[in-house]
Design a protein around this ligand. Structure first.
Ligand code: NAD
Length: 488
């Protein structure tokens, strides 16, 4: 009965979470603006974040709330506080991954001359991979001195996000897609991202493409953002650089973000819960409002989205500014969160005079083909890296133990410490920790069996070598699929 009534009124049912810190204040006024503009939304509210964490739920969300999010598929979320330490996992990261929200779209645009910025001509979109990379959050302490975090990059992950970036550029009539990676160092992980970028770029001959090493790319972005249009990046770089990009437009409080999956989507501000300014009516609600406008465009309420965006641009142009962007000589009136929202509502139906008036035509929702798994490659096991916890300090001494373990199939080829080769021919100057990687390769260069590795590990056990992990060394279709030691 209720569903019929909703359909009749053409309403979209969405899930809303008011979040923590400044979350409730900015969500309250964002919803006021959406309804004042006539958004046809029906809201299911859920509680997530700090209160749920502190009630003993380390995920920050209940099963019932997941059910609501999955049923409605569209989620407007205010920022939440992730308690530090204590085994709490970030609910933002879990939500993106549980719901398969692989694409994080973060537009950053300067509002010159109405918001002070060193970069008057800036209008770029960061498309951040949202599900993998170091944000897999798989971390371990392995020795007294060393902890590790696994960086996971998958072909489906790369293909989905990079295709999304090109399709987004095509839909939004943007001219160039840039890729940032660090594949000069991480040749396997970032190397795959870059390789897939080159492959997919070929399918879009009308869109310019380029690749930058992320460090100089980041420097260029902070210095000359007008050189970029759409930038696609692995998760960590995208997280960091979208904050930089938003901040250099004038304030991190100005940018919104869409997290898009094949079935569900979540919309939010890019900033956090800003606990120090919470409850004071001073937060800028623009980031969440921008997220909400992206949501309206996604669900096809483009006329409402257009009306709100033009009213917001006009408000910024009128110099009605919250404290984070208020500047004497540029701004006209310093206002609080609520007053800013009232000004946006008063401007509904009006358009900016100097800033570009926006027109939104169709839903921005993109329907990309699902990933199709490729045929399996020929996979050959060629050796193994044994990671060893050893408190000695001379690699040559460790090598003596390792040579004594060699089997008929596997022989020691190298030892590294934190990636740098220390045997054979190490430097005495190299600082070594208690975490050693001992590489054993097949004696004849031919494939070995898993049993050969077990034999090697038994030999290690017999002389009380503490093996903390192993990594198998493979070739796929005849191409060696592991990195060399540094200095090898
Ligand atoms: P933050 O973004 O909350 O704040 C950074 C700085 O920007 C602060 O000075 C803050 O006052 C200011 N700021 C942020 N939003 C503003 C706004 N709308 N108006 C005016 N000023 C604003 O980052 P943080 O301090 O590193 O993180 C605080 C908490 O938020 C942490 O618990 C973190 O885990 C969480 N967080 C949540 C999200 C999310 O929910 N998507 C994102 C980032 C951080």
């Amino acid at each position: 009965m209720q569903i019929c009534a909703i359909k009749k009124m053409n309403m979209t049912k969405i899930t809303v979470a008011r979040g923590d810190g400044i979350g409730p204040e900015i969500m309250e006024v964002t919803l006021e603006i959406l309804f004042a503009a006539g958004a046809k939304l029906q809201i299911d509210e859920i509680e997530v974040g700090e209160k749920v964490y502190l009630s003993g739920n380390t995920s920050g969300i209940t099963k019932e709330s997941w059910d609501v999010i999955r049923r409605n598929k569209i989620f407007l979320k205010a920022p939440i506080t992730t308690p530090q330490g204590g085994g709490y996992k970030s609910l933002n990261v879990s939500t993106r991954k549980f719901l398969g929200l692989y694409s994080n779209v973060r537009p950053c645009m300067s509002l010159h001359p109405f918001v002070k910025t060193k970069h008057p001509i800036m209008d770029l979109v960061i498309i951040r991979e949202n599900e993998e990379d170091l944000y897999a959050g798989i971390e371990h302490q392995q020795t007294d001195e060393v902890v590790q975090c696994l960086k996971l990059i998958s072909r489906p992950g790369c293909e989905k996000i990079i295709r999304y970036a090109f399709e987004y550029a095509k839909q939004q009539k943007r001219k160039k897609v840039t890729c940032f990676t660090k594949d000069n160092i991480m040749k396997q992980t970032d190397g795959l991202f870059h390789k897939v970028f080159d492959e997919i770029a070929e399918e879009y001959p009308d869109i310019e493409n380029e690749h930058w090493i992320v460090d100089i790319g980041a420097a260029k972005l902070a210095d000359t953002p007008e050189a970029f249009d759409v930038i696609v990046m692995p998760n960590l770089y995208g997280d960091i650089l979208s904050d930089v990009a938003a901040q250099i437009t004038g304030s991190v409080g100005l940018a919104g973000s869409a997290n898009i999956g094949e079935e569900c989507a979540m919309f939010e501000a890019i900033h956090g819960s800003a606990p120090l300014i919470a409850g004071q009516n001073i937060a800028n609600p623009s980031g969440l409002l921008q997220g909400a406008i992206m949501m309206l465009n996604h669900i096809g309420e483009t006329a409402v989205a257009e009306n709100i965006q033009n009213a917001w641009l006009k408000t910024i142009e009128d110099g009605i500014h919250t404290s984070d962007i208020f500047k004497e000589g540029i701004s006209k009136k310093r206002v609080g969160t609520k007053e800013f929202a009232k000004a946006v509502i008063a401007n509904l139906g009006l358009k900016p005079g100097l800033l570009n008036v926006v027109t939104y035509a169709n839903s921005t929702s993109l329907h990309l083909p699902s990933y199709k798994r490729k045929p399996a490659a020929k996979k050959e096991l060629l050796g193994v890296d044994l990671f060893v916890h050893w408190r000695g300090s001379h690699a040559d001494e460790l090598a003596t133990f390792m040579h004594s373990m060699a089997t008929s199939n596997l022989q020691l080829s190298m030892i590294t410490n934190r990636g740098i080769k220390v045997y054979p021919d190490g430097f005495k100057e190299t600082f070594c920790t208690d975490h050693w990687r001992c590489r054993f390769m097949s004696c004849d260069g031919q494939q070995i069996s898993n049993g050969a590795i077990i034999e090697l590990m038994s030999a290690a056990l017999a002389i009380q070598i503490d093996i903390i992990k192993t990594e198998n060394l493979y070739a796929f279709d005849g191409v060696k699929a592991y990195s060399l030691g540094q200095g090898q």
